[in-house]
Design a protein around this ligand. Structure first.
Ligand SMILES: Nc1ncnc2c1ncn2[C@@H]1O[C@H](COP(=O)(O)OP(=O)(O)OP(=O)(O)O)[C@@H](O)[C@H]1O
Ligand SMILES: [Mg+2]
Length: 283
């Protein structure tokens, strides 16, 4: 395969946003959705995690419905990132079980586990873009879970459909004009938006976001959160995000889960909570 095969990408307007795929699920209509009738995308049953002899949390149970946005809050070291990694199946639970999209993550192996992960996206505090590659190549990397292999390492090698999907994702985060720019020539806010494009390009059913705007200044962080949640609500994606920003947790989460002293101390709708209800988690 020749590396120059798809090199027409320098004229990004050719790729445009001309082929918008139909939404995978119906957009959420405010007030018309019942959590009770939505499928359960994530279920934790009596989950405990230990690292060696050190217990991080135990007896964590909850069910998250399709399309819910859930804020996971708690003090530094409470175990939020660890719980996210357990939910994604990146690390095993010590006891209990996690079901993600109907599959038990601890039971899934090989192709089944890869298939599960291909339906899941992750945005983390550090955007982890490959600095020397183009913005477009970095977004195409978001398709590697579904299409592993060298063709999705670079926009030069990627199939046209993948480049088009990546351009669409970049359009959604407002960065279509940056497709050919090297990733290390972006601002922090732009980098995080590229990371969001990379996470949504595969049209995941579930997105995990670990402090998605923690490395940004307040204004850029606000923009990134608003953009992220507009996209996920439009597409009916289930989201679990961690945040140290109580105001973000209450505004962007439909529901808030709070970890403290190794236990799930809070599980309530955001609408029922005031900022002072969360402060106890940080004592
Ligand atoms: N691989 C590991 N091995 C041993 N201990 C670990 C490992 N990963 C995390 N820990 C410990 O587990 C605890 C929870 O860490 P975690 O990163 O989940 O916390 P967090 O709530 O995400 O914190 P923060 O708000 O600072 O991101 C910490 O005490 C941490 O040191
Ligand atoms: Mg963390």
């Amino acid at each position: 395969m020749r590396a120059t095969r798809n090199s027409t990408i320098s004229s990004v307007s050719d790729l445009g946003l001309k082929d918008p795929a139909a939404p995978r699920v119906q957009p959420v209509v405010p007030g018309a959705r019942s959590v009770l009738v939505s499928p359960v995308d994530i279920e934790a049953r009596h989950v405990a995690k230990r690292f060696g002899e050190t217990a991080i949390f135990e007896d964590v149970s909850f069910r998250l419905a399709r399309g819910e946005a859930v804020a996971l809050v708690g003090a530094n070291g409470a175990g939020k990132s660890t719980l996210l990694r357990c939910l994604m199946g990146l690390i095993p639970v010590s006891s209990g079980s996690v079901h993600l999209l109907g599959e038990e993550t601890s039971g899934a192996k090989g192709a089944a586990l890869r298939g599960l992960r291909a339906q899941v996206g992750l945005v983390s505090q550090k955007h982890n873009l490959v600095p020397r590659l183009s913005v477009l190549s970095n977004v195409i990397h978001g398709l590697l879970g579904q299409s592993p292999g060298v063709r999705h390492w670079s926009h030069m090698l990627a199939p046209e459909a993948s480049r088009l999907a990546a351009m669409q994702a970049l359009g959604k985060v407002g960065l279509a004009d940056f497709a050919t720019r090297r990733a290390d020539r972006l601002s922090g806010g732009q980098s995080q938006r590229v990371a969001i494009a990379r996470a949504i390009v595969s049209r995941p059913k579930v997105l995990f976001a670990d402090e998605p705007c923690a490395s940004l200044d307040p204004s850029a962080g606000e923009d990134v959160m608003a953009l992220f949640f507009r996209l996920v609500k439009d597409e009916g994606v289930t989201v679990v995000f961690t945040s140290h920003n109580i105001e973000h947790a209450l505004r962007f989460g439909d529901r808030v889960l709070g970890l403290s002293n190794g236990q799930l101390k809070l599980d309530a709708t955001a609408a029922s909570l005031a900022p002072s209800d969360l402060r106890g988690l940080y004592d």
